[in-house]
Design a protein around this ligand. Structure first.
Ligand code: IPE
Ligand code: IPE
Ligand code: MG
Length: 248
């Protein structure tokens, strides 16, 4: 696929949904869907590297997902732990910088330890910045940001003096990242499920019926093509429309 760089998202965010349904359709336990979903994760990362998309954020486990049956949560944590260990060298070799956004402290110690190793090892890599949203909730992220902001506030300064959108953003988990240009959600659901609530104010949204384990390079390219054909106005008017309205 040959898409001009100004037609490609700089930051792609994905709500990877439909693992359970993928498994159910095949008469398999839900956890098999998660296992298969990991393969789609790898394909997605490799595609972003190849397409030179510099930021990728993957919604892998929400705060609300903690309320799933204990066995499923336990399986997912184990999967995460082995994934972090197994893929560590792959990330580093490919120049991927890995980070975690979300309520990190809620993750089991062993999982945190494995993730921290990957984070430390890859911290200077620059080819692709990969954010794994784990134990993540958008509202929770905003509240944690408020907490940090309040703690950091210099005494004597009023809230009004310090509170700008830019300043507030610097307390979010995504502090130094650009906002997502494109958010993809798989599995036919049309909702954001508490994902990056602050950051997606002007993101383009793309929904596909595909279940996450079947989301491949071709599907990703379709989403990028769709993104490339859109007119992002950010509340303004397009330059060409502006001219015609002046002469008309
Ligand atoms: C997404 O797939 C993965 C996680 C939320 C961990 P689901 O597990 O939500 O799959 P469905 O939506 O039940 O099919
Ligand atoms: C959103 O999927 C969370 C992730 C993909 C990690 P869910 O399956 O948890 O969301 P709902 O319940 O359909 O909104
Ligand atoms: Mg789901």
């Amino acid at each position: 696929m040959n898409i001009a760089s100004n037609r490609k998202p700089k930051h792609l965010a994905v709500i990877m949904d439909g693992n359970g349904r993928w498994a159910k359709l095949r008469g398999l336990p839900r956890v098999e869907g998660h296992r298969q979903g990991m393969k789609a994760v790898k394909t997605c990362i490799l595609s972003c590297l190849d397409l030179k998309i510099p930021y990728l954020t993957l919604y892998a486990f929400s705060l609300e997902n903690w309320e799933r049956p204990f066995r499923e949560v336990r399986f997912l944590m184990k999967l995460l732990q082995t994934y972090a260990r197994r893929e560590r060298d792959f990330f580093h070799k490919k120049g991927v910088r890995v980070r975690v956004i979300g309520d990190f402290e809620k993750l089991p110690t062993i999982v945190r330890r494995e993730l921290q190793e990957v984070i430390n090892l890859t911290r200077d890599n620059t080819k692709l910045e990969l954010q794994l949203a784990l134990s993540y909730g958008g509202r929770n992220e905003i509240l944690r940001a408020v907490e940090r902001l309040v703690d950091a506030r210099e005494s004597g300064k009023s809230a009004k003096e310090v509170l700008t959108e830019e300043y507030f953003s610097s307390f979010l988990d995504t502090a130094d990242l650009p906002d997502p240009d494109l958010v993809i959600r798989t599995s036919g659901e049309h909702r954001v499920s508490n994902f990056l609530l602050w950051q997606i104010a002007y993101s383009e949204l793309y929904f596909t019926e595909r279940l996450w384990p079947e989301f491949d390079r071709i599907e990703l390219e379709k989403a990028i093509q769709s993104f490339g054909a859109r007119s992002r106005r950010f509340g303004k008017v397009e330059f060409s429309q502006d001219l015609s309205s002046q002469t008309g």
